[in-house]
Ligand binder design. Structure first.
Ligand code: MSP
Length: 525
């Protein structure tokens, strides 16, 4: 049994509720973890909240709260959201935890002692929301190149991390570990945009505010939020604590998942920090794109924000998760639009999936009183073909998901759904019944149920309840018929009985009404 460790970025959203985009990283990590659990691996998934920094301090003040009171609320909100989204995480780290703070202090002093950290003066243009300094040339129209907001000129005595020392080692590492960065174009981006122009030493302490982890040997300095936050991936596992068994078992992570805006921190600084401490690097860091709106980024002022709860309340969790994962391509941003959401719901979930289940359950009831015929010889002309193509799609699904082509891998599952719908037309069971072709009718029903079983297992990591619902309706109770391993063969279905009356898993939506509903909600919130 292999061990896998999925890590999602701790979230940080000081100015309100978490929008649908912020949930993407975590929903994806959860789905991958569930998939690997289904494959029998021992998994651990980490998430949490990133709680220090100037921005948090300022927002707390505006709300007449202490930073601690503010982050307590933020952490509670995040945990509520993950509960609503059925996220199967193993630990929720908060960067204000004492054990995290203690380890950050020890790491800082260690790096200082070994000469990777030194003291100097920093002057530069600082973006408060991004908590990042920029040089004049990095600014775009005098504003922050990442978020487009105003920057402030600031100067402070600071500690620096000697990034330059590690540049060549990092490039060599990239070169020798082709799986380290996915997709590959992100590596090219890092090399061309940041490494080739020359890595600056990184300023890693602040004296202008105090909501952060203090440097033990010089307590007027607090540790820069990124140095603090990145190490959550280790402290959550008990690294440098009395009990580091989880760290021993799960580090290095198999996959760390991050959004594109924070790729630089995870692909350059994070590996360098680990190298400086002689620690192993995560095997893969996967960088995903963003969920955007038709008119660009989600923002309250544009009135185009969509919150996960809104969609979940009205359309259910699984439809929401399906949409998120299905709409994010590997090579560019995904777009949320009410039209697209309703269309996917009506076509993919209702017409294709829900109807396939309904038609099948009602035919098995009509022709065999609900009793599913066990494995039969392939007797319809199209049986072989259906089996062959289904297995090909499953193999392709595995290949795509291993390469993080998430949207494509969901499309591949839906190819099985469409192919199975086509099989109903090809075998025309109603004709077989009329012509009393019992053997052929049995084979048709067997293949439909068996393919629905496969579809349920394939969608389970992404849409857990829908999968369970399908398995229940088609009468699959034997745990051996619910495993990932059972997918690749056409199994014997002994004593399987479908429920007497099928229940639709997704009901057709009135497109116009629902599109307007979502648009209104976006405007009002
Ligand atoms: N706290 C930092 C991460 C620290 S890692 C040591 C952070 N938090 S965040 O709340 O702003 O973002 C959380 C995750 O959501 C990030 O991976 C970010 O890239 C991702 N997303 C934020 N907006 C997004 C979309 N609109 N779409 C998809 N993902 C998005 O960054």
């Amino acid at each position: 049994m292999g061990e896998t460790f999925y890590v999602t970025t701790p979230i940080y959203y000081p100015s309100g509720k978490f929008h649908i985009g912020t949930a993407y990283t975590t929903v994806l990590a959860d789905s991958l973890k569930r998939l690997n659990k289904l494959k029998g691996k021992d998994c651990f998934m980490l998430t949490g909240t990133d709680e220090h920094g100037q921005k948090i301090q300022e927002v707390a003040q505006k709300n007449n709260l202490t930073p601690k009171e503010y982050v307590d609320k933020m952490a509670e909100m995040a945990q509520d959201l993950w509960k609503t989204m059925n996220i199967d995480y193993d630990y929720f780290i908060r960067t204000t935890e004492e054990r995290h703070e203690k380890v950050i202090q020890e790491i800082f002093e260690k790096l200082l002692k070994q000469g990777d950290i030194y003291k100097g003066t920093y002057e530069g243009m600082y973006c408060v929301p991004c908590e990042t300094y920029f040089t004049e040339t990095q600014l775009v129209d005098g504003k922050c190149p990442d978020c487009g907001r105003e920057v402030r000129k600031m100067q402070e005595e600071s500690y620096f991390f000697n990034m330059k020392k590690y540049t060549d080692r990092l490039l060599k590492y990239y070169d020798e570990h082709p799986d380290f960065i996915k997709p590959e174009y992100r590596k090219t981006e890092m090399i061309n945009n940041f490494i080739k122009p020359g890595l600056e030493d990184l300023c890693i302490t602040r004296t202008t505010f105090d909501w952060g982890i203090k440097v033990p040997s010089d307590p007027k300095h607090v540790v820069y939020v990124w140095l603090d936050a990145l190490f959550n991936y280790l402290t959550a596992l008990g690294y440098m604590s009395e009990d580091d068994s989880l760290y021993q078992k799960f580090w290095p992570a198999n996959v760390q998942i991050v959004g594109k805006d924070i790729a630089r921190f995870h692909l350059i600084y994070w590996p360098i920090f680990l190298m400086a401490l002689d620690l192993p690097l995560p095997k893969t860091i996967f960088v995903h794109n963003w969920i955007m709106m038709k008119d660009g980024k989600m923002s309250k002022s544009k009135g185009n924000v969509i919150y996960p709860e809104t969609l979940i309340e009205r359309y259910g969790l699984d439809a929401t998760r399906y949409f998120l994962l299905r709409e994010m391509p590997l090579a560019q941003d995904g777009i949320f639009s009410p039209e697209e959401f309703v269309e996917r719901y009506n076509y993919d979930l209702c017409n294709d999936l829900s109807n396939l289940l309904n038609r099948t359950v009602s035919m098995v009831n009509r022709y065999f009183e609900g009793q599913v015929p066990g494995k039969t010889k392939n007797v319809n002309d199209v049986d072989e073909q259906l089996e062959k193509e289904t297995i090909e799609h499953i193999n392709k699904f595995n290949e795509l998901i291993d390469n993080f082509e998430i949207a494509e891998s969901l499309k591949e599952i839906w190819k099985v759904v469409s192919r199975t719908n086509k099989y109903i037309d090809e075998t025309s069971p109603w004709k077989l019944a009329k012509e009393e072709e019992k053997e052929k009718l049995e084979s048709s029903m067997y293949h439909l149920i068996e393919n629905l079983r496969k579809i349920a297992i394939l969608i389970k990591p992404f849409m857990n309840d829908t999968a369970d619902n399908i398995l229940r309706q088609i009468g699959i109770q034997d745990e051996n018929l619910k495993t990932y391993d059972s997918l690749l063969n056409y199994q014997e279905l002994q004593n399987v009985k479908v429920i007497e009356k099928g229940e639709p898993i997704f009901m057709r939506l009135n497109s116009e009404e629902e599109i307007n509903y979502i648009k209104e909600i976006m405007k009002n919130k």
